[in-house]
Ligand binder design. Structure first.
Ligand SMILES: [Zn+2]
Length: 257
């Protein structure tokens, strides 16, 4: 059977095949020992699918701005030791696979997920935009404004330092006015950048911060109405993702080939 894992900045979720989805706290997880325990408990795990909130390539974790984990070659380790294959994919790419499966008519599908961090992904002509190192589309880590703190990627001016759950340090509602303004300024800047770079026909929003703050959808609709070339833009379909576990659902689609 397959084991599906969604390793996010806050929550760690896992499910066996079509079984129940369990949620743990990411800070409590040591990934290698968690996987080894599952392999020993469930003797017939054949393949492990992991959606990971960080940068990955060919079964290797390359970088993890919001998760304390060593860069590690999971694929080789588990294949050599247990003869088990690891499928490792960036979490937003997994979500994009799910969203695209629901909207196959989209030419350019853009995704913004604001949870612990600020993730984004793009599906263009039915293909995930990957770039040379499988790190294309990371708008959350483009320089935006210098902050007196370091981003998990190492810079001190990433968009994510203003636009994310960790930037709000709690709820949007309880953040101070300067933090709220920076959040909305950053989000608008990211949104307009994507409109101009990719001219999407479908924009999906997700993540806990978006789901807890329905006004964000209206805010971006208003930004769209004030966007450059508005007169010649087709109508943009923009909505909030209809499920909470798009990453796991994306993995399940990928596991079926
Ligand atoms: Zn960063």
């Amino acid at each position: 059977m397959n084991l599906y894992i969604d390793f996010g900045g806050t929550n760690f979720r896992y499910a066996l095949e079509e079984g129940k989805l369990f949620t743990l706290k990411s800070v409590d997880i040591e990934l290698i020992s968690f996987l080894e325990t599952q392999i020993n408990l469930e003797k017939n795990i054949r393949k492990i699918y992991i959606s990971f909130a960080g940068q990955v390539k060919n079964g290797k974790i390359l970088s993890a701005p919001n998760i304390k984990i060593q860069n590690f070659d999971l694929g080789h380790y588990f294949y050599d030791k247990y003869n088990i294959e690891i499928f490792l994919e960036n979490d937003l790419n997994c979500a994009a696979v799910y969203e695209y499966s629901r909207h196959k008519d989209a030419d350019v599908l853009a995704l913004f997920y604001i949870g612990t961090g600020f993730g984004s992904a793009f599906v263009i002509g039915g293909k995930i935009l990957r770039g040379r190192d499988n790190i294309a589309g990371e708008i959350g880590h483009t320089p935006f404004r210098k902050k007196g703190l370091k981003c998990g990627c190492g810079r001190d001016d990433c968009m994510e330092l203003c636009v994310s759950g960790k930037a709000l340090k709690g709820t949007f509602e309880h953040a101070d006015e300067a933090t709220k303004k920076e959040f909305l300024d950053g989000l608008a800047f990211a949104f307009h950048t994507v409109l101009n770079l990719f001219n999407p026909d479908l924009f999906i929003l997700g993540g806990a911060v978006v789901k807890n703050n329905p006004f964000i959808l209206d805010f971006l609709k208003e930004e769209y109405n004030n966007s450059s070339f508005k007169a010649i833009r087709s109508e943009l379909k923009i909505s909030v993702s209809d499920i909470d576990d798009a990453n796991i659902e994306g993995l399940k689609i990928l596991s079926k080939g």
